[in-house]
Design a protein around this ligand. Structure first.
Ligand code: ASP
Ligand code: MG
Length: 247
């Protein structure tokens, strides 16, 4: 199987958590799967970088802001590849430019416009696990772009679509998709399964669990997404084309 698995910032907030995420990815590799890992920046790195930028300029240039913000994912991808290496898994980290994540040129809110996946396939063919920086792309003019806050989900879904992955796993700090924010409403109900359209409505309505554009892409390319907790075992929520079951 080819698995694309994405880890969010809270799942990677410390070195120990990066190692734990690497361990999970390594399990999938040891089970015989080919694995592409997509990482967010660690913890609140992106917020910190944003704050630094606004301390040196009231109106930072969108181009330079993207240069700055994408550093968080680049650090994390290298750490993930090192952590996998320490577990005996041959891994290589790639920036979006190296991985062929092409986007339009809209700094801060770029859309993927066709991925050039040949480098990823070459690395996979060499038996390597590929770690890709989430949230970033490269424009046709060769500029570094970002996909909007929360955009590493979109990186994962775009990769799953273009690689024809068998699974797209999104590891996060909640154990699935709920009908309301489970952190605010203790009686919120988790969906075992939810349709792309209903998920899109939740994401557009402000549910943080998945980036709305990742759900749009998943719907367009019929990519099923499994939302899982990094911290607790459980079935999570399957986001699919199928009509949803009510909680
Ligand atoms: N690191 C980026 C953000 O904080 C992208 C992501 O986490 O998906 O928005
Ligand atoms: Mg997110």
């Amino acid at each position: 199987m080819l698995i694309v698995e994405k880890y969010g910032g809270s799942s990677l907030a410390t070195a120990q958590r990066v190692a734990a995420a690497a361990d999970r990815a390594a399990d999938h590799v040891r089970a015989g799967h080919r694995v592409v890992v997509v990482v967010s920046a660690q913890g609140d790195t992106t917020d910190q970088l944003l704050s630094l930028a606004t301390q040196v300029s009231d109106r930072p240039s969108p181009r330079e802001l993207d240069m700055c913000l994408t550093a968080g994912e680049q650090i994390c991808a290298a750490l993930m590849a090192m952590a996998l290496g320490a577990l005996g898994v041959d891994a290589v980290s790639l920036t979006a430019a190296q991985a062929g994540i092409r986007t339009d040129g809209t700094h801060g809110d770029a859309r993927p416009i066709g991925l050039a996946t040949d480098r990823i396939w070459r690395e996979l063919a060499r038996g390597r696990t590929v770690v890709v920086t989430g949230f970033q792309g490269v424009s046709q003019a060769g500029e570094i772009t970002t996909l909007g806050r929360g955009g590493s989900d979109t990186t994962a879904v775009a990769l799953a679509a273009y690689l024809g992955a068998d699974k797209c796993l999104i590891y996060t700090d909640v154990d699935g998709v709920y009908d309301r924010d489970p952190r605010k409403f203790p009686d919120a109900q988790r969906f075992d399964r939810i349709g792309h359209d209903q998920m899109l409505a939740l994401a557009r309505g402000g549910a943080q669990v998945l980036h709305d554009r990742s759900v749009e892409l998943a719907k367009q390319y019929h990519v099923p997404i499994q939302v899982l907790s990094s911290f607790r075992p459980g079935p999570g929520t399957l986001v699919t084309d199928e009509p949803p079951d009510q909680p």
